[in-house]
Structure formats: structure tokens, C-alpha cells
Design a protein around this ligand. Structure first.
Ligand code: BTN
Length: 244
């Protein structure tokens, strides 16, 4: 079971940057950097992550002794942990949906972001969860725990998240990635869902076929089945809008 050492900051540039610094100084597995707000929160693909007070921003140092080609497995473990944590705060009728590679959606809105980075032999798992404050001015649908009728507080969400992550790390270490993969598939967009994959300036559209045993996305496109190991996906919300 992972034991955590939480370091709390009122305000910080980016919890991921601070976690990288601490990891490079030798901070152990389970060190957590939590901040009430970030002034330069970072998202995937060099995007900014708006980080006003009222949401959860934390980064966890993981020392898992994994070969580089298996680090992607941690993305799926993280998404399941985030989804479990959020569901403990939501009313029963509200459920999460997972979107490749590690997005967590509620009511077709992005409620969380996960940024996984490597420094030396440590992985830095950065997680943002919208508890109270929907980020403004973004081009995609967003949700918050409280906006979906949840009774979430930032500290309650942090406790639920750290417990859920320890649980999924245990399952993965005991049963392997196959157990993570099958649960992820059961909670993700259904096979046949139209997905757009963005690779650099390039967007490819296709239908979700499967998650490969190594976590790659298998997409049926006009040019046949394609396999993606990295990228950003979006889908169209039934009620309109872009789900990214
Ligand atoms: C995404 O683009 O979806 C990933 C966003 C990740 C945001 C979190 S907030 C805590 C941690 N610190 C950062 O600077 N980014 C991550």
C-alpha cells in the first residue's frame, strides 16, 4: 500500500514542476505536492491549466521501477483512480466516463486533467480535478463536482483520490495491466464511438475499436485500423459541443 507524505502550498507555479524538483533531490515514492492554486499550471501538449482556488491541484512522485514502454499503464491506473474518487463525491445517478488516454468526463464535460511526466527514474503524476470552479474561456465542455450535484470539498477530493490511487496501484501490482485494461474498457466510450485523434497539427477521425493490451488506441478509420500510442482525443457531445 502506498504511503503518502503530503506537502501543502497555498500558491505555487506548477505542482508538477515542484514535484520534479523534489524528485531530483531524491524525494521518495508517495511524496505529494498539493497547492490551493497554481500561477502557471500546465496541461498536456504545452497548454495552460487554469488553476484558481476551489479545485484540486496535486502531483505525486511515483517510483515504480518500470521499463519506459510500460509507463503508459500508469495513465490508465490514474484515470480509474480519479474516476473512483469523483464518483464517491457525486450523487448516485451521476457517473464518470473515461476517454482515451486518461480523460475523465461527467455529463460529457471534462472534470479532470492528468499530466504524466518522467524525471530520472521517477514518474510525476499531476492531477487537476474541477471541484468548484469551472475553467472559463475553454473551447470544450467542462464539469465540476459541485456543479453536478456533488458534495465535494478540495480536501475530501484529495483524500478520496489518494486512497483510490493506492488501491489501483495495488490491483495493478497484484493482477497486472490486464485487470486495469478490462475495467477501463468497461467504463470508457463504447466500441464504435466516433473519436478524433490529434497528433500535432493533424486530426484523424475514426471509430473506437479497442484498447490494445499495451494501452494503445485502436481506431477504425477510412484507411483501415490504426494504432496510436500517444495523442489527444475528442468526441462530440450528444447535446452539442466538443468533448476534449
Ligand atoms: C490536461 O491537459 O488534461 C492535463 C492537465 C493537468 C493539470 C494538473 S494540475 C496539477 C498538476 N500541475 C500542473 O501544472 N499540471 C497538473
Amino acid at each position: 500500500m502506498t504511503r503518502y507524505d503530503v506537502r501543502h502550498y497555498n500558491s505555487i507555479g506548477s505542482t508538477n514542476d515542484e514535484a520534479v524538483r523534489l524528485a531530483n533531490e531524491g524525494a521518495p515514492h508517495g511524496t505529494v505536492v498539493h497547492a490551493d492554486q497554481q500561477t502557471v499550471g500546465r496541461g498536456r501538449l504545452s497548454r495552460r491549466w487554469q488553476s484558481p482556488p476551489g479545485n484540486l491541484y496535486l502531483s505525486i512522485i511515483l517510483r515504480l521501477d518500470l521499463p519506459p514502454e510500460r509507463t503508459t499503464e500508469v495513465s490508465f491506473i490514474s484515470a480509474l483512480a480519479v474516476a473512483d474518487a469523483i464518483e464517491t463525491m457525486l450523487p448516485k445517478q451521476e457517473r464518470t466516463t473515461l476517454k482515451w488516454p486518461n480523460d475523465v468526463l461527467v455529463r460529457d464535460g471534462k472534470i479532470s486533467g492528468i499530466l504524466l511526466e518522467q524525471t530520472g527514474d521517477a514518474l510525476i503524476l499531476g492531477i487537476g480535478i474541477n471541484v468548484l470552479q469551472p475553467p472559463g474561456g475553454v473551447s470544450y465542455n467542462v464539469s465540476t463536482i459541485v456543479g453536478c450535484g456533488g458534495l465535494g470539498t478540495v480536501d475530501g477530493t484529495r483524500s478520496a483520490l489518494l486512497a483510490a490511487l493506492a488501491n489501483w496501484l495495488d490491483i495493478w501490482q497484484r493482477d497486472g495491466f490486464a485487470a486495469v485494461r478490462s475495467t477501463w474498457l468497461a467504463r470508457a466510450h463504447a466500441p464504435g464511438t466516433t473519436l478524433r485523434v490529434q497528433i500535432g497539427d493533424h486530426t484523424i477521425e475514426g471509430r473506437f475499436a479497442d484498447l490494445a493490451p499495451d494501452g494503445a488506441l485502436l481506431l477504425d478509420t477510412a484507411e483501415g485500423r490504426k494504432r496510436y500510442v500517444a495523442g489527444d482525443t475528442s468526441l462530440s457531445a450528444p447535446g452539442g459541443g466538443e468533448v476534449r
